[in-house]
Design a binder for this molecule. Structure first.
Ligand SMILES: NC(=O)C1=CN([C@@H]2O[C@H](COP(=O)(O)OP(=O)(O)OC[C@H]3O[C@@H](n4cnc5c(N)ncnc54)[C@H](OP(=O)(O)O)[C@@H]3O)[C@@H](O)[C@H]2O)C=CC1
Ligand SMILES: O=CCCC(=O)O
Length: 358
């Protein structure tokens, strides 16, 4: 497994002497100024910090300045995540072509300079690498392999990177269709929500064609703060599902705790503060707790997607006879929340499923 990390509080890579920076700026000429201001050979030769991280380097990625750089980048799916991800590529000066089922969601990107094509196959045909950020296994399959799907526009020398959260079987099916055209495939689901997507701080969980991983590494580093290469197709999907299974259960039990504290006469705001200072502290609790107490659920991660991920994680667990009673109970709670019409609210709205109905 390979892990690469960039500084979490700025987009400056930890070592400014890396040849990969010159590679990156060569195909994204408008990269932020800190990549471009100084000639590479005048930049400091030592890492800025003692490194417990591996820095982004051409040696690690295998990218050289001349080969395989994706000049034209396609992006399919302009939802909560796809929009800021594509925006960050555009802001970095990349040549981006977008498509979305609901065309109007492409308009903000087009006004930022993105090109538009009316179907996934036309995006894929006009681009070197095409990213897809779609709702679920069905839409990921349809956009990749259906009528006018991206696979129809793929061919040798091209790459398809699916960053949607799907199950491994779906990812393997898409891999098969894409590979049959002679193109390369990478699954790269992300950890991190709307704000990390806006800030270029996502965590990529990549698996599949290693040379495509190397080729798109500079693009992943524009959109994210770290990336893991996990081997064969299916491993990225599995890692993502396990992480979101944990997250869904955490949010469900946190919801119980908030309501429990109120019922016994405690101030739930104080509970959030206590939790934040102890061993069970998690950024998610401090971030979502205050709005949950106000019964506000501004959508960053739609509840319907969290329930989809729990469903897929439970299927994965069943396929290897792994017992997951906590996640199964959490999944039931999200299903109840969906039945209350909360699908498009943030997943923290799961707390509503625990509130007694009068
Ligand atoms: N939001 C988050 O915090 C995170 C989400 N994810 C995952 O990323 C993926 C996208 O999430 P997010 O952006 O939040 O979701 P959204 O619901 O905001 O966007 C979903 C996208 O999928 C498209 N879509 C849905 N159904 C179809 C279909 N049948 N055919 C074609 N396109 C379709 C939508 O198009 P249209 O606009 O036309 O509806 C939209 O572009 C999901 O797999 C999610 O689990 C991963 C990490 C974090
Ligand atoms: O899939 C959604 C993940 C959301 C997050 O990691 O904060």
């Amino acid at each position: 497994m390979t892990l690469l990390v960039k500084s979490s509080y700025s987009h400056r890579f930890l070592s400014s002497s890396t040849p990969a920076m010159s590679v990156c700026s060569s195909f994204c000429p408008q990269l932020p100024s800190y990549f471009r201001q100084k000639p590479i050979n005048s930049l400091p030769t030592k890492p800025l910090f003692p490194l417990s991280f591996k820095v982004f380097s051409s040696q690690a990625t295998g990218v050289s300045a001349k080969d395989e750089l994706p000049g034209r980048i396609g992006f399919l799916g302009m939802g909560i995540m796809g929009t800021p991800m594509a925006q960050n590529l555009l802001k970095a000066g990349c040549d981006v072509t977008v498509w979305n089922r609901t065309k109007s969601k492409c308009d903000p990107l087009i006004s930022l300079g993105a090109k538009y094509q009316p179907s996934p196959d036309e995006v894929a045909a006009s681009c070197d690498v095409t990213f897809a950020m779609l709702a679920d296994p069905e839409s990921a399959m349809d956009v990749a392999c259906g009528k006018h799907g991206a696979a129809s526009g793929m061919g040798p020398g091209k790459g398809y990177v699916d960053v949607s959260t799907v199950d491994g079987d779906t990812s393997k099916l898409i891999n098969g269709h894409i590979k049959a055209t002679g193109a390369s495939f990478l699954e790269a689901p992300v950890s991190g929500s709307k704000k990390p997507a806006e800030d270029g701080q996502l965590i990529f969980l990549a698996a599949g064609d290693k040379s495509l991983y190397n080729t798109v590494a500079p693009l992943l580093d524009i959109m994210g703060k770290s990336r893991f290469y996990l081997g064969d197709v299916g491993n990225g999907a599995a890692m993502k599902l396990v992480v979101n299974m944990i997250m869904g259960s955490m949010m469900a039990t946190f919801s119980e705790g908030l309501l429990h504290s109120e019922k016994v006469g405690l101030d739930p705001n104080v509970l959030v503060e206590v939790v934040s200072q102890g061993a069970i502290s998690a950024p998610m609790y401090s971030l979502k707790g205050p709005s949950m107490i106000e019964s506000l659920y501004p959508t960053a991660f739609p509840l319907k997607h969290q329930q989809k991920d729990l469903r897929l994680a439970l299927g994965l667990a069943e396929s290897v006879s792994q017992s997951t009673p906590i996640a199964a109970a959490a999944n039931e709670l999200y299903k109840v929340a969906k039945s209350h019409g909360l699908s498009d609210e943030d997943f923290s709205a799961v707390i509503e499923a625990l509130k007694a109905k009068k």
